[in-house]
Write a new protein. Structure first.
Lengths: 127, 388
């Protein structure tokens, strides 16, 4: 990790993704969310438990970003997607050219880094 | 509890004026609204200013008192921030103040300076309306976020980029003769489809532009209007607000906006009307897909059926439900914090008869404005009616 100020909760979850052991938070009513959370965003329950999520998932949607924020100036063009892993959805970089990507394809959750800032980045590799 | 009446409106010409400060843009719009109302500025009880990213664009926070003094006011003045819904939320605060008797005259306004940030700077600035940890750090932009929604919509409900292109074509046509609009020119479906990519499937002409501008409206109580002999033909009879997760991935659906539904339902109930009673609307078309999602969330179309509305001519100026007669965010321009107020100022003029497109709504009595923040994590809806 970088020497930037840490974001407790987020950093650990990102490290877990990098280690191939991703998790989400689950409330007693079965709602999932990503840390840091003290309260379930859906129902307000405060007993949140870390639960493992699979690393294999399905791509629900994607875009091909050509006009980036400054932090991704050297990354474009890139494919950004939302994928679902055992009921938990994440936003991440699809590690493929646009022509290879379509909604519904299987993807593998991992961790990479921005080419511009070298900050950690959630990645979806084509399965 | 009588509804607030709109006594005066003002709006700068939306466009590219990077050298103009936020305070100068605001002062023009605010002064125009006061002049339009023809009231004594000493009667103003409060000021609300919608602004999203003054800290990022011109290193300026604390805009309430700054803007009050920019037009010579010494009244309680508060900035309201809710991303691109900041303006609509400022209107809502003023509506509440007048309705609950706290104030008789409230100036509601919005302002945004964007061009001085450049395209990359503005893209980065706007992105902070998303979830920093789980979206911005993964490279999301707002064109990109709406592209994710559009791509999913195509998958779930069908439709394509050509359907969406008709939304842009319609809104440009509506703005063609609007002297305050940023783009006063018609475009073709081909031009939209062939435009440079921003975040596909959103191209340059699917996207509202970067805009500098401000808008303001004077809300007055019915009693104040009567006592002062003001001609205030338009009243705000309903208001509603909705909330959702910032992160798209943390929502149940990527193609349905519950915040819009909730804001709309509250506003309909508040005004005592139903969707069927609405004659025309101004909705938050920051991207072409956004107009579709807004029309569905507000109940004008079933889920999955709004994408053909513009193509089929149902929402064009001569359609059954004219949508964005001002040109919308797409062609009128989208100075983000000002947009929700500009929807009110344009609709007021459409009703009053002094808008270039007023002849499209000569017999109309009920209008609705819809202003959204982020990917509709915030939504605010107002119902405007011709006063009795």
């Amino acid at each position: 990790m970088s020497d930037e100020i840490q974001n407790d909760g987020y950093d650990q979850a990102i490290e877990a993704i990098g280690a191939g052991e991703p998790y989400a938070l689950e409330c007693p009513n079965g709602h999932h969310s990503m840390p840091p959370r003290r309260v379930c965003p859906e129902c307000g329950e405060s007993e949140l438990e870390e639960v493992d999520i699979p690393t294999s998932g399905e791509l629900l949607t994607y875009n091909v970003t050509h006009v980036p924020t400054p932090d991704f100036a050297d990354d474009v063009p890139f494919v950004l997607g939302i994928a679902e892993f055992g009921g938990v959805r994440l936003t991440g970089r699809v590690q493929a050219d646009a022509e290879e990507v379509e909604v519904g394809i299987p993807v593998e959750l991992g961790l990479g880094e921005s080419e511009t800032t070298e900050r950690p980045l959630i990645t979806f590799d084509l399965a | 509890m009588s509804p607030p009446h709109i006594a005066g409106v003002g709006m700068t010409t939306f466009g590219k004026v990077p050298e103009r400060t936020g305070r100068d843009l605001f002062a023009e719009a605010g002064s125009t609204a006061i002049e339009d109302a023809g009231i004594d500025r000493d009667d103003i009880d409060a000021l609300y200013v919608g602004n999203f990213m003054g800290e990022l664009s011109e290193n300026q926070g604390h805009m309430g008192p700054l803007m009050a003094k920019a037009i010579g006011l010494d009244v309680p003045a508060t900035r309201v921030e809710s991303a691109c819904a900041s303006g609509g939320m400022a209107v809502r605060q003023g509506v509440k103040d007048v309705r609950n008797g706290e104030a008789d005259v409230v100036l509601v306004s919005g302002v945004e300076r964007m061009h001085n940030m450049g395209t990359a700077g503005a893209t980065g600035g706007l992105s902070v309306a998303a979830d920093d940890l789980w979206e911005i750090r993964q490279g999301i932009t707002f064109p990109g976020a709406y592209a994710l929604m559009a791509q999913r919509y195509f998958e779930v409900h069908g439709g394509d980029r050509e359907d969406l292109a008709h939304v842009a074509v319609k809104n440009h046509a509506n703005a063609a003769n609007n002297p305050l609009a940023q783009y006063q020119s018609e475009i073709s479906v081909e031009k939209v489809l062939d435009a440079p990519p921003v975040a596909m499937p959103m191209g340059l002409f699917d996207s509202s532009p970067i805009t500098d501008g401000a808008a303001a409206a004077l809300l007055v109580s019915e009693e104040y209007a009567e006592e002062n002999g003001l001609d205030t033909p338009v009243a705000i009879t309903g208001t509603g607000q909705g909330t959702d997760n910032l992160a798209l991935a943390e929502r149940d659906s990527l193609v349905w906006t519950p915040a819009t539904r909730d804001a709309g339902q509250e506003a309909y109930d508040d005004a005592g009307i139903a969707t069927d009673n609405v004659d025309f609307v101004e909705v938050h078309d920051c991207f072409t897909i956004a107009e579709v999602l807004a029309l569905e969330g507000l109940g004008f179309y079933e889920e999955g059926e709004g994408i053909t509305a513009a193509r089929d001519g149902e929402t064009t100026a001569d359609g059954d439900l004219p949508v964005n007669l001002s040109g919308g965010l797409k062609a009128k321009g989208h100075p983000v914090g000002a947009t929700g107020v500009a929807q009110i100022t344009e609709m007021t003029k459409l009703f009053r008869g002094d808008h270039v497109n007023s002849d499209r709504v000569e017999d109309a009595s009920v209008g609705l404005t819809h202003n959204a923040g982020g990917t509709v994590a915030s939504a605010v809806v107002h119902v405007l009616e011709v006063a009795e």
